[in-house]
Write a protein that binds this ligand. Structure first.
Ligand code: GDP
Length: 161
């Protein structure tokens, strides 16, 4: 199962991936290209693609769309200023034909931060309820503690499987 992990830079994509793999999360550098990791989970072999999210790198995202079974869209719940930018980037992705059929897991990350926006408000700003083209679900989570990460990944595997 090919899983593409995308989102704006600093959302916590690499931290989430490392936590899920059981690797230390304290020595993370910005992802400049991409990183692929393979893990076995719920009877699936997951190939996780962590792709850099900086503005200059977003035009390369399309190179990773082919054969994607699942898209994980990671949101920094504490980044109020860029939430509309985050919504816009997601909207563009969902129009991509090569992502048609991919299940969408939205992770409202950094739920531990005091200023984090609640998950329902994020769903509203991202206009998730209007999505008809993809199966989707949103979970709040904390990549540092791993809270709700397994629940969210289980939903994704069940949906794709
Ligand atoms: P990426 O650019 O999306 O890959 O983001 P990173 O994984 O590099 O994380 C960006 C920063 O956010 C790092 O300083 C992480 O330690 C921090 N971070 C990631 N997830 C969380 C979280 O759940 N809670 C908090 N408080 N910080 C987080």
């Amino acid at each position: 199962m090919r899983v593409l992990i995308l989102g704006l830079d600093n959302a916590g994509k690499t931290t989430l991936m490392k936590k899920f793999l059981g690797e230390p999360t304290d020595t993370i550098e910005p992802t400049l290209g991409f990183d692929i990791k393979t893990v076995h989970f719920k009877g699936f072999q997951l190939n996780l693609w962590d792709v850099g999210g900086q503005k200059s790198l977003r035009s390369y995202w399309k190179n990773y769309f082919e054969s994607t079974d699942a898209l994980i869209w990671v949101v920094d719940s504490s980044d109020r200023e860029r939430l509309s930018q985050c919504a816009e980037e997601l909207r563009k992705l969902l129009e991509e034909e090569r992502l048609a059929g991919a299940s969408l897991l939205v992770l409202a990350n950094k739920s531990d931060l005091p200023g984090a926006i609640d998950v329902n408000s994020i769903a509203q700003v991202l206009d998730l309820h209007s999505i008809k083209s993809h199966h989707w679900k949103i979970f709040s989570c904390c990549a540092l503690s791993g809270e709700r990460l397994i629940t969210a990944m289980t939903w994704l595997c069940d949906d794709v499987g």
